[in-house]
Structures are given as structure tokens and as C-alpha cells.
Design a protein around this ligand. Structure first.
Ligand SMILES: NC(=O)c1ccc[n+]([C@@H]2O[C@H](COP(=O)([O-])OP(=O)(O)OC[C@H]3O[C@@H](n4cnc5c(N)ncnc54)[C@H](O)[C@@H]3O)[C@@H](O)[C@H]2O)c1
Length: 379
């Protein structure tokens, strides 16, 4: 069987989840890849990851601490899985694409929209496959919610409510610094939610947002709440979204809400509503999400089921990586392309840009870099 010779760049937390996904594929006899090298500026992390991969793959990948060196010394590598911090996404991706390697890259696509365009341009110029590792929509629950909406069970969608309200006092390392992360949770986690908005509802045309840092002090010692650090990303955003198809949304994310913690995520239509972790409500009654998931799986043809949940696998990262290798082998299409990643990120960035200007912004203007005041300090 032909196998894609692949590398991993960035061997931290999420790369560990990627390796778990790869192992799961391997255990299910989906051996469409081999990991020939790994790279991290932190050699110990790369070493550990190479050991982990070696334990299921049968041989240990070569270890590098510099992407340039890896690209020179591993000419047979066909594809690179980029799992670095956000500030390094565009530099590492453009090096790999320029060396004609196919790329899958963790979300958000890039530190800024301008850098995201540079990655897309490089992929096009070098005729390489580019996938953004957007895994949330691949979950059974999200596929089911999408089926509920698209099959008309809530009628014509009218409103989105997405509120995640909690408090985090601990310090989250590079994620709490704009120059490395590009923004707080509205970008880091929010880009997943933006992808779900687009996947379930459609394009956002315009939004108005307020972004705040209510609590700039976070603590390195989680238990004792000692060792304070000043952070410089937002901890709260509140946005009103206008979708092209007339849906109106409110999107609230905060990790500075003291006391009561809550989350409510729902899409309403003129016949009913679908509520995350709950189910479908109509005037006739309630159907649980578990029941809907069963109905959804039953509705799939065996080909669709195999494409979406190969060999019954539900691990979203394993599924996305399989899609990436299949596309390289000419056996399928990429669902979450670079373009998808760019459009998703434009929504998160529009939140910051709108708050910066204190006026509504068109998502297209952010996408086309006509509005980039917030992002200026990152370039
Ligand atoms: N899909 C998801 O659900 C999900 C979850 C968590 C993180 N992520 C994304 O994954 C990426 C990494 O996040 P993480 O939590 O693993 O962070 P992390 O800090 O645990 O790991 C990042 C790694 O990148 C390495 N690195 C930085 N610059 C490098 C370079 N130039 N070359 C090689 N290695 C380099 C760092 O040394 C570190 O080991 C981010 O884009 C993040 O948003 C996605």
C-alpha cells in the first residue's frame, strides 16, 4: 500500500492528540501514512514524540529542532502536519509549501488574515494541498446538528445564541500574549465556533462587537493562585452577528465572569430549536441529542458513513488526518481547506476589528484586509 511520508512540526499538546489519532488509524489498519520525522524547537518534546510514534509505527522518526534543516535532510517527506504556536504558523507553512510539501495546519490558519493569505498563495503557487485542521465539525454531535438543520427540522433558521460564561484565573502561557497568539479565546477557541456558525448557518455578513480585558492578572500557580502575570489578550467579547440569510446571532465569550458559570448554545428556526448537549425542541415536544444521533447515523449510506466515520472511528483528529492523507493519495477531497480556515478566522478577527473601530464591520472587508487595525501590531 502506498503511504504518505509525513512529518510533524511542533510537538506540544495538540500534536500529542494528533499522534493519538494516528495511532488509532494504524490500529484500525488505516496505514496510509508513515511519520518519518518530527521537529520542535524544544528537543526533548520532539524526542518524546518520536518515541511515542515509534512504539506503534515500528520505527522511530528522525528528530529535528529546526524546520529548515528537516526540509533539507528529509527530501522524501511529502507532507507536514504543523502544530506550532500561532505566531509560527505562516513562517513554518510557507517554508514547507515552498519546498513542495502538502500541509495540514492547526487552527487558526495564521496570526493575521494577511499572513493567512500568504499561506494560501504559497499553496496555490506550489500546487500543494492545504488543509486547516478544523476538527470540531467532524464530531458526531456536530454532524447530527447539521443534519437536523439542513433537513428542515427547525424550519427556516432565524436566530443563533452562543454564550460561554466562566472564570479562568490561571495563566495560560503563550495563549495570554497577543504577539504569539494573535488574540484570546475569541480567536483560539472562537475560530472553531466561527467554523460551526458557517457550517450550520452560512456566511456572516457583518458584526458589531465589544472586546474587553476585565481581568489582566492571571496566576502561574493554579492551586495557590500565586505568581501573577499580566496578560494582554481580551478575556471577554460580546458580538451581534448578521448572517447573509437573515439569521441574527449573539455571541458571548468570557473567562472573567465571577461566580455563576453557564453555557447556552442554540440555533432557533421558525419550527423549532436545536440546543447543544440537549436536543431538538419543537411545538410537538423534545427529542434528545442521543436519539437524533442514532437517527442521523441510520440515515447515512454506507459510503457516507465510511467517509465521515471511517471504520466507526469517532476521534475527530484521526478523521481529519485520514482525509488529509487520502487527498494526497488522490482518494478524496479536503473539506476544511485553507479557504475555509481563512473565512473562519475572518469572523474572529472581525470581532477585534469592530471593537477597535467601535463600529460594525463587514466580514468581507476583514477577509480582504481592508480592515486590519487590531492586527497591525502583529505584522
Ligand atoms: N484543534 C484543536 O482542538 C486544538 C486544541 C489545542 C490546540 N490547537 C492548536 O494547535 C496549535 C498548537 O497548540 P498547542 O496547545 O499544542 O501548543 P503547545 O505550546 O503545547 O505546543 C506548540 C509547540 O510548538 C513548538 N514550536 C514553536 N515554534 C516552533 C517552530 N518554529 N518549529 C518547531 N516547533 C515550534 C513549541 O516548542 C511547542 O512545543 C495551535 O495552533 C493551537 O491553536 C488546536
Amino acid at each position: 500500500m502506498e503511504r504518505v511520508k509525513s512529518a510533524i512540526a511542533g510537538c506540544g499538546g495538540i500534536a500529542g492528540a494528533h499522534v493519538k489519532g494516528l495511532k488509532l488509524l494504524w490500529e484500525n489498519d488505516i496505514k496510509t501514512f508513515e511519520i518519518v520525522s518530527v521537529c520542535d524547537i524544544d528537543e526533548a518534546r520532539a524526542e518524546k514524540m518520536a518515541e511515542d510514534i515509534g512504539s506503534f509505527q515500528g520505527y522511530k522518526p528522525a528528530v529535528y529542532t529546526d524546520v529548515d534543516e528537516m526540509l533539507v535532510k528529509e527530501p522524501d517527506v511529502q507532507a507536514v502536519d504543523i502544530c506550532t504556536t500561532h505566531n509560527e504558523h505562516h513562517t513554518v507553512a510557507i517554508k514547507c509549501l515552498s519546498a513542495k510539501k502538502h500541509v495540514t495546519i492547526e487552527k487558526p490558519l495564521a496570526l493575521t488574515i494577511r499572513y493567512a493569505h500568504m499561506i494560501l498563495d504559497s499553496a496555490e503557487k506550489n500546487r500543494c494541498i492545504l488543509q486547516v485542521a478544523e476538527n470540531y465539525r467532524r464530531a458526531l454531535s456536530e454532524r447530527t446538528i447539521n443534519w437536523v438543520i439542513k433537513s428542515g427540522k427547525i424550519g427556516k433558521p432565524t436566530m443563533l445564541f452562543w454564550e460561554d460564561i466562566s472564570e479562568r484565573l490561571w495563566y495560560w502561557g503563550w495563549r495570554d500574549h497577543k504577539d504569539i497568539s494573535g488574540g484570546g479565546w475569541t480567536l483560539d477557541g472562537g475560530v472553531h465556533f466561527a467554523d460551526l456558525f458557517r457550517y450550520h448557518i452560512g456566511e456572516v455578513e457583518e458584526l458589531y462587537a465589544v472586546s474587553k480585558t476585565y481581568n489582566p492578572i492571571r496566576f502561574k500557580d493554579r492551586d495557590k493562585l500565586s505568581d501573577p502575570v499580566v496578560i494582554d489578550v481580551e478575556d471577554t467579547t460580546m458580538s451581534v452577528l448578521k448572517f447573509e440569510n437573515g439569521v441574527t446571532g449573539t455571541w458571548v465569550l468570557t473567562n472573567s465572569a465571577v461566580g455563576k458559570k453557564t453555557s447556552f448554545r442554540a440555533i432557533y428556526g421558525d419550527k423549532g430549536s436545536i440546543v447543544w448537549d440537549d436536543g431538538l425542541y419543537t411545538r410537538e415536544g423534545h427529542i434528545s441529542l442521543e436519539k437524533l444521533e442514532e437517527e442521523y447515523l441510520d440515515s447515512l449510506s454506507s459510503e457516507e458513513r465510511e467517509r465521515l466515520f471511517p471504520k466507526g472511528i469517532k476521534d475527530t483528529i484521526a478523521i481529519e488526518l485520514k482525509e488529509f492523507f487520502d487527498a494526497i493519495l488522490g482518494a478524496g477531497e479536503i473539506e476544511t481547506t485553507g479557504e475555509v480556515g481563512l473565512k473562519d478566522e475572518a469572523i474572529s478577527m472581525a470581532v477585534y476589528e469592530s471593537s477597535w473601530l467601535n463600529m460594525p464591520v463587514k466580514i468581507k472587508d476583514v477577509e480582504e484586509c481592508k480592515v486590519e487595525n487590531y492586527q497591525k501590531t502583529l505584522m
